[in-house]
Design a protein around this ligand. Structure first.
Ligand SMILES: [Zn+2]
Length: 356
């Protein structure tokens, strides 16, 4: 209801010319819109999680809208420098993708090339080296795939219950139990992959087919090297997709991530994105110590010269955002309207296991 009302308001503002006024205003010129994307579906991932995955056709519509709205899409580093120098062009936008899932190469990159837009990819590197599905998200996806079935957890993780997966709550209960089991047993990456394969088997889902399609997998180092050579800007997202609250572990996450990216691209990464949008005031001096010059969250909004450069807001574009809502972010009208909160949920789970 609220969403429908908002769309009606946005359409009215567009009709009477307010949107165009804001779009070309001094207020908008002093602001940078940073867009965030995650996965672009290979199969049906957006039906499982519409905030983290979108079909290629929706991404195409978004890039078209950026052109139609005459937005100036800038490389992230340049955009941030110019934001603080008060030197942004009209209607400035930066485009970012999180995680580095394999679909970026086959689904997003051809469109990015076609539309000739600069893009930053915040890459988490552990699963680039270990090229199997990301365990936490694969478990969640498999439970959704098996949503018509009843799962015998006893056979899988020695947990005495049978769960009817037909409702989301039940899928979540099973997910939590399986992830807990992995954590408590301190399973290695290989053991977790085996557990995911067993789960697929129990639910009659073809795991080998999903592997072949590269569902829930990350880009390989070779693919990252090629993408970087083609102009994709590869930046920091931690090695294991987590932000430990311990100083040394936090610094290690950035160091491992940066070294890995350097080996793949030959470049020093210095822009950071908080995994799952999780940020804490304690992290800011640690980021500075690590030589990080900007960090983005998933708090929706525009970056302005007053924004803390280590807490830059971003708009998480997703399949649930109507075209008029997306357009209103480009113009700036959305900044004045109440917002629906999109959970800062993660695409990738943190990597916690024995062999690192
Ligand atoms: Zn992430």
């Amino acid at each position: 209801m609220l969403k429908a009302l908002k769309q009606t308001t946005l359409r009215s503002l567009k009709t009477v010319g307010v949107s165009a006024m804001v779009h070309n205003s001094r207020w908008r010129r002093q602001r940078l819109l940073i867009l965030a994307y995650h996965g672009i579906s290979l199969l049906d991932e957006h039906e499982w999680n519409y905030t983290q995955y979108m079909p290629t056709s929706v991404l195409r519509m978004r890039l078209q809208q950026l052109k139609i709205s005459r937005c100036n899409v800038l490389p992230l580093g340049e955009a941030i420098t110019r934001l603080y120098m008060g030197d942004l062009p009209d209607r400035a936008v930066a485009i970012t993708f999180d995680d580095g899932t394999a679909d970026f190469n086959s689904q997003a990159f051809p469109l990015i090339k076609e539309f000739e837009m600069p893009v930053t990819l915040y890459l988490t590197t552990f699963y680039s080296h270990y090229n199997r599905p990301v365990f936490d998200v694969m478990v969640s996806y498999l439970l959704w795939k098996g949503r018509e079935k009843t799962l015998d957890l006893n056979a899988l993780i020695d947990h005495d219950s049978r769960i009817d997966l037909r409702c989301d709550d039940a899928q979540n209960t099973a997910r939590v139990a399986i992830l807990e089991f992995g954590r408590i047993q301190k399973l290695s990456a290989e053991e977790k992959d085996e557990l995911a394969a067993n789960l697929a088997r129990a639910l009659h889902v073809d795991y080998d087919f999903l592997i072949e399609q590269r569902i829930m997998q990350n880009l390989t180092p070779e693919e990252v090297t090629e993408l970087a050579a083609e102009g994709i800007d590869i930046q920091l997202h931690t090695h294991r997709h987590r932000v430990p609250k311990d100083h040394d572990l936090f610094i290690r996450e950035i160091d491992d991530n940066r070294q890995s990216i350097h080996a793949m691209t030959g470049r020093q990464a210095s822009h950071f994105c908080y995994p799952s949008g999780v940020h804490d005031p304690a992290f800011l001096p640690w980021l500075t110590e690590s030589g990080v010059v900007s960090a983005t969250t998933c708090q929706p909004g525009f970056a302005s010269p007053d924004s803390n450069r280590l807490l830059l807001p971003r708009v998480l574009d997703n399949t649930g955002l109507a075209p008029i809502e997306f357009e209103s972010w480009l113009t700036g009208v959305s900044a004045a309207l109440p917002r629906r909160r999109i959970p800062e949920a993660t695409n990738l789970g943190s990597v916690h296991h024995r062999n690192r």
